[in-house]
Design a protein around this ligand. Structure first.
Ligand code: PRP
Length: 185
């Protein structure tokens, strides 16, 4: 249901604030149980994961630390080529730590695949992934997602950290953009 606060560019709300809260409560409970007594490090992938990570981390009932990486694809067609580069690396050494990668969305899978290879090489005690949104129809490489929020169709989604041209990241829900917005019509 739309109300006045929803921007015109939004076609449909896919997950309300309440639905996101419920999914995060469940994820946080699972992670807190799975990592009890371990040295847990959450790695948020900027920019998209900043809100998800903040809300998830504050729900955890176990001690943990937080770090960030920033990644970028090479050029406009880069996701298709699968090339990813590091814009900002971790401050933390992850060797022997229990690490969870926190991502807002997995689309082709190239970014998460790159990260998993990169971080495995640094010899953490364990490495898992926690992803808010997955678009299975878009997948080009197989990646393992250990904690998943929602599976969504192949639509451009914004809100709760996700953007279109750096807009809409702070909407409190996840929504599909009208196709004419990103098709330039
Ligand atoms: C998004 C998202 C993932 C990546 C997923 O980042 O945060 O990192 O794309 O796509 P893939 O599965 O096809 O690799 P984006 O490049 O939009 O940057 P942002 O998080 O800074 O918005």
């Amino acid at each position: 249901m739309k109300d006045k606060a929803v921007p015109d560019e939004i076609q449909e709300i896919l997950a309300t604030t309440k639905q996101i809260d419920q999914v995060l409560d469940k994820m946080a409970r699972r992670i807190s149980a799975d990592y009890s007594g371990r040295d847990l490090l959450l790695i948020g992938i900027l920019k998209g994961a900043f809100i998800f990570l903040a809300d998830l981390a504050r729900r955890l009932t176990i001690p943990h630390s937080v770090d960030f990486m920033s990644l970028s694809s090479y050029g406009a067609t880069a996701t298709a080529s699968g090339e990813v580069r590091i814009i900002m690396d971790l401050r933390t050494f992850i060797r022997d730590k229990h690490v969870i990668i926190v991502e807002d969305i997995v689309d082709t899978g190239y970014t998460l695949q790159y990260l998993q290879h990169l971080l495995e090489a640094r010899r953490p005690a364990s490495l898992r992934s926690c992803v808010l949104l997955s678009k299975p129809d878009r997948r080009l490489v197989n990646v393992k997602i250990d904690y998943l929020g929602f599976e969504i169709p192949d639509q451009w989604v914004v809100g709760y950290g996700l953007d279109y041209a750096d807009r809409f990241r702070t909407l409190p829900y996840i929504a599909a953009l009208r196709p004419q917005v990103y098709a330039g019509g």
